[in-house]
Design a protein around this ligand. Structure first.
Ligand code: PRP
Length: 211
């Protein structure tokens, strides 16, 4: 048996996924102790976990530092990594949306100013509509941009909708649904196929049972 290297997204989603993996027999001591440690391995040689920044998970997997990982579909759409997508976990459900100030309609005769963390997704969305845009790339608190008049709209994740509501913004369009995905490195999928396939199958079953 070969040890599986697994990249987990730091934060709530990762903790939820780890709880599922622990239940499925992939537990590892110390993982939930709240220390600053980033790598954990079990004594039995089954798994090695890394806690990584959620938007970096696909990079570790694509480059083979991790054999598999759990990542939001938003990151996959934005980065387009060369990995296999194995399972939709159905966790971390949210939507990628265009949002703007309540009641406001942007001027259709000039380039639409779009503030976002997801420049790739925004460009693709508006290219499909042949709409000219001016991307304003931000790293967080995207909602501020239209409030301050810096952008006409934002392209961002909406989960409960409360951030929009509390800032007098509304969804103008839904681009796509997002949820967490299990991804695999292409070489690991071949050379550790037994281990990867077994874990993917267990997750698939658990997800189906929870539906
Ligand atoms: C995300 C997203 C929205 C918010 C949506 O931000 O960018 O701001 O969550 O959630 P809601 O619909 O439940 O209110 P995040 O918390 O990741 O912080 P950020 O501002 O750094 O992007």
């Amino acid at each position: 048996m070969q040890r599986l290297n697994i990249a987990l997204p730091k934060g709530r989603l990762g903790e939820k996924v780890y709880a599922l993996l622990e239940n499925l027999g992939y537990g590892c001591p110390g993982m939930t102790d709240g220390t600053r440690k980033l790598i954990f391995e079990d004594e039995g040689g089954v798994v090695r976990y890394f806690w990584v920044k959620p938007s970096d998970v696909d990079i570790y997997v694509e480059r083979g530092a991790a054999d598999i990982g759990i990542v939001g579909r938003d990151i996959l759409l934005e980065h387009n990594p060369d990995v296999y997508e194995l399972v939709d976990l159905g966790f971390g459900k949210c939507r990628m949306c265009v949002a703007g100030v309540v009641g406001e309609t942007p001027n259709p005769n000039r380039a639409l100013r779009v503030a976002t963390k997801f420049a790739g997704i925004a460009k693709e969305h508006y290219a499909a509509k042949s709409r000219e845009i001016d991307i304003i790339k931000l790293s967080g608190s995207i909602e501020l941009a239209p409030i301050l008049g810096m952008s006409d709209v934002i392209v961002d994740i909406v989960e409960t909708g409360s951030t929009l509501k509390e800032n007098n913004l509304e969804v103008k369009e839904t681009i796509c649904d997002i949820s967490a995905r299990l991804i695999a490195n292409k070489a690991a999928y071949r050379f550790k196929n037994e281990e990867v396939a077994a874990l993917a199958e267990k997750i698939r079953k658990a997800v189906a049972e929870n539906k």
